[in-house]
Design a protein around this ligand. Structure first.
Ligand code: SF4
Length: 335
């Protein structure tokens, strides 16, 4: 779905969470007025379209109601004229009550993204979130019951969290049957409290390789339950790169994760020979970012061949005439 993003950095946030510096992670340092948003929408929206205007980067439902109404009005008028099909807001789990949901629905909001981050109360407390796992649960359920599409945001690798916690949190999120997930491994950004902990040696983020491995497991679990992940890793942004101090950031993080699943699958498919064919659209993920998978696999078998053929189904590979599924190979093969 086409998204028209409006960034309102930290607007409505009751406090700064330990890890968050929206104004340094994107090139949007200022909160735009509703008039500015309205003028921008006039220039970017198509005459007819099915996208959503999305308010990101703050706690939309904690803004004063008049301010929410002004923002929503800029987009609602474009729903009736068919230029967009709905509105998306992002908010905190403890900023959604029944009255707010009714108001959002009446204003044309179709999707609510909820920053749950973790379902472990110790991790939420250590990260200065100010809400509990129960708030996550009740807000997601309330939004789903009210008929919204619901996106759950998770941040593996927060203080006090490890790989097992990340997988447990993911399972609890999946159990709620959200419409989609976003997964952002924790990074250290200048200007945050986390940066001070990192400087004092009290926090070490995951390495890029650890995060890729863990997110490959997370992707696998989501595929098992057919819950889409619409974003893996932070959006590439020069402002973020300038302020990034440490942690598993990579502009092609999503591809690195998908490629890790291909690497595991291809190494487990060795019993079927060393000549593999994949769909052309999967070739880049199978070979890996800058051919890393091919080089890695060649260490075990210098004669390995990976080629492309339109007749192979997506996310599968053919070896010795046998069709093998990417996800089956990962599940059966272990790693
Ligand atoms: S994580 Fe969300 S609630 Fe916390 S400061 Fe950032 S935008 Fe605000």
């Amino acid at each position: 779905m086409k998204i028209y993003p409006v960034f309102i950095p930290h607007a409505g946030c009751p406090h700064r969470c330990l890890f968050c510096a929206q104004d340094r992670s994107t090139n949007h340092a200022d909160v735009p007025s509703a008039e500015t948003v309205g003028r921008w929408l006039e220039t970017v929206l198509p005459e007819l379209g099915a996208g959503e205007v999305a308010f990101y980067g703050g706690t939309f439902t904690s803004l004063p109601e008049e301010q929410q109404a002004l923002y929503l009005d800029t987009a609602t008028s474009h729903i009736s004229s068919g230029r967009v099909s709905g509105i998306r807001i992002s908010t905190r789990p403890d900023a959604l009550d029944t009255r707010t949901l009714a108001r959002l629905r009446d204003a044309g909001v179709t999707t609510v993204e909820i920053g749950c981050q973790s379902f472990d109360n110790a991790v939420l407390a250590a990260s200065g979130r100010g809400h509990t796992a129960l708030d996550n649960l009740s807000s997601v359920q309330a939004c789903l019951s009210a008929g919204f599409r619901v996106g759950v945001q998770l941040m593996p690798g927060l203080p006090g969290g490890d790989g097992e916690e990340a997988m447990r949190s993911l399972q609890r999120a999946i159990d709620l049957k959200p419409s989609f997930l976003r997964i952002y491994p924790t990074v250290v950004v200048e200007g945050t409290e986390l940066a001070e902990l990192w400087r004092a040696g009290d926090f070490t983020p995951w390495s890029l390789d650890q995060a890729i491995d863990l997110c490959a497991d997370m992707l696998l679990l989501c595929r098992k339950y057919a819950v889409p992940i619409i974003r893996l890793g932070l959006q590439s942004d020069p402002q973020l790169e300038e302020n990034l101090l440490d942690g598993p950031y990579h502009p092609a993080f999503g591809q690195l994760v998908r490629s890790r699943l291909w690497r595991r699958a291809l190494s487990h498919a060795g019993r079927y020979g060393n000549n593999f064919t994949v769909h052309p659209s999967d070739m880049s993920d199978a070979l890996g970012h800058r051919g890393e998978n091919r080089e890695w696999l060649k260490q075990a078998d210098p004669h390995i061949i990976i080629s492309a053929d339109q007749s192979v189904a997506r996310e599968s590979l053919r070896a010795s005439g046998v069709a093998l599924q990417l996800f089956d190979l990962n599940v059966q093969g272990g790693h």
